[in-house]
Ligand binder design. Structure first.
Ligand SMILES: Nc1ncnc2c1ncn2[C@@H]1O[C@H](COP(=O)(O)OP(=O)(O)OP(=O)(O)O)[C@@H](O)[C@H]1O
Length: 246
């Protein structure tokens, strides 16, 4: 399988402390991957490097069929090239409807002004309806985003990212603060999204990771400690020692 993203031998230090240490990581074009590891393992820094927020001291990061280097690209160019990132806290426009939030997120630079004062084309309306169905918010399109539950806001934000049609989606702790039913829906949503793109999920909740039913990468001290199925990594002695506990 050819990789969509390839990180090779990447290191980065902050004030002499190696947060990422000779890290290598690959993900295929239609793959769901969970990234786990103890606090301070380097999960956030890894995503910061992929999205261009942090520049590594050494190593390579290449992306796409032409294997272009992301290291010389700005954060906004990396986003335009199809890498989307969902942070832990949802950042939807609370005063706008779910429909307006999704419409604004569609490709084509539709800011709030354009959405409020120009007509939405039929194609855009259909795309918004499809996205709402995909994230399970079809029944809430006319409600203000601020009225949604925490879980629904997270799904709306995932929908807004999907509206940009990213090839690689990085998602930080999507299950945090969700009810069991919301977690289940989130699992389905991420599994579905990964059928047409690569999705990396950073998550601490092991039950949630198990339900994703995907390959798992365990980070520790800025490197890959173990990688494989959930059963493979959770039976690894080193993983038990540094992360899961005995
Ligand atoms: N800008 C920075 N300056 C100094 N140290 C940093 C900086 N960013 C990260 N670090 C350090 O690098 C290490 C890795 O941090 P990172 O946030 O990537 O870990 P993490 O795996 O995401 O942890 P958590 O699960 O707690 O979110 C930590 O020891 C952290 O304190």
């Amino acid at each position: 399988m050819s990789s969509l993203l390839e990180v090779s031998g990447v290191s980065v230090s902050f004030d002499g402390f190696k947060a990422i240490n000779n890290l290598s990581f690959q993900i295929g074009a239609r793959e769901l991957r969970a990234v786990i590891g103890p606090n301070g393992a380097g999960k956030t820094t890894f995503m910061d490097i992929v999205t261009g927020k942090t520049r590594p001291d050494s190593g390579r990061v290449t992306y796409g069929t032409k294997a272009v280097s992301l290291l010389s690209m700005s954060e906004s160019r990396i986003a335009q090239a199809g890498i989307g990132r969902k942070f832990q806290r949802p950042t939807v426009f609370e005063d706008q409807s779910v429909r307006a939030n999704l419409t604004m997120a569609l490709k084509g630079d539709r800011g709030p002004f354009a959405v409020l004062f120009s007509r939405t084309t039929r194609a855009q309306a259909e795309r918004v309806a499809d996205l709402a169905a995909e994230i399970g918010l079809s029944g809430t399109l006319d409600r203000k985003a601020g009225e949604l539950s925490h879980g629904q806001k997270q799904w709306l934000e995932i929908g807004m990212l999907l509206a940009q049609d990213p090839q690689l989606l990085l998602v930080d702790e999507p299950a945090a603060g969700m009810t069991p039913a919301e977690r289940e829906h989130t699992t389905d949503l991420l599994v579905e999204a990964a059928k047409t793109r690569a999705v990396v999920v950073v998550e601490h909740d092991m039950e949630f990771v198990r339900r994703l039913n995907c390959r798992v990468t365990v980070l520790h001290e800025g490197s890959v400690l173990a990688e494989g199925s959930i059963d493979h990594v959770t039976s690894n002695d080193k993983v038990i020692e540094v992360y899961l506990g005995r």
